[in-house]
Design a protein around this ligand. Structure first.
Ligand code: SF4
Ligand code: SF4
Length: 187
């Protein structure tokens, strides 16, 4: 069929309309966000939080600084003092500049006591840089906010449970990581 005949019979237009017509009867790939939300994949990495320990009501961090050492963005800042009686480290400062974070998950993976987590909470856009600069208190409140809206009764992050590494080579907290009970831990 030559070009002139194609033009006279509107062949290209008809082909285009047929595609449009076919698409009307297919399931849309988009959803009506924010009314509808897609289920998140296991290992989703959202806003940072400090797990609130049910016994102390505080963070679990032992100031080992492993997370800051492993962070490729170098956006974790930690300071600590030493308890003169026990010799244990006491966390005095913990800050994450989340705008520099690349959400690699290394920090939560390396944490020996599963104190830190990249939660499944992702709706935290803001107008100021300060809102995405998380100190210790903000990290704890991030956890409270996240666990309140978490639908299941227990929370276990994929990165707390490492696979492919011999059990003996893992810190105790990583060998059999315990799920966090939402009932016990939400404040
Ligand atoms: S997710 Fe990666 S880049 Fe972000 S704070 Fe943790 S280690 Fe750093
Ligand atoms: S790795 Fe865990 S325990 Fe160690 S400083 Fe980071 S958050 Fe605290």
């Amino acid at each position: 069929m030559n070009n002139l005949l194609k033009k006279i019979l509107f062949i290209d237009l008809i082909k285009g309309l047929l595609i449009t017509f076919k698409t009307i009867f297919t399931t849309p790939v988009t959803i009506r966000y924010p009314k509808q939300k897609r289920p998140l994949e296991d290992g989703f990495r959202g806003r940072h939080a400090f797990v609130r320990d049910p016994e102390t009501g505080k963070e679990r961090c032992v100031a080992c600084t492993k997370c800051a050492q492993v962070c490729p963005s170098q956006c974790i800042y930690i300071d600590y003092s030493i308890n003169s009686e026990t010799g244990a480290r006491v966390l005095t400062k913990y800050e994450i500049d989340a705008l520099r974070c690349i959400f690699c998950g290394y920090c939560e993976e390396v944490c020996p006591v599963n104190a830190l987590v990249l939660t499944e909470f992702f709706e935290y856009a803001s107008y100021t840089r300060e809102d995405n600069y998380f100190n210790k208190e903000k990290l704890l409140s991030n956890w409270d906010e996240f666990i309140r809206q978490y639908e299941k009764t227990e929370y276990l992050n994929k990165f707390w449970h490492l696979s492919g590494i011999g059990r003996d080579r893992l810190p105790i907290g990583k060998r059999e990581p315990k799920a966090v009970s939402k009932k016990e831990e939400s404040q």
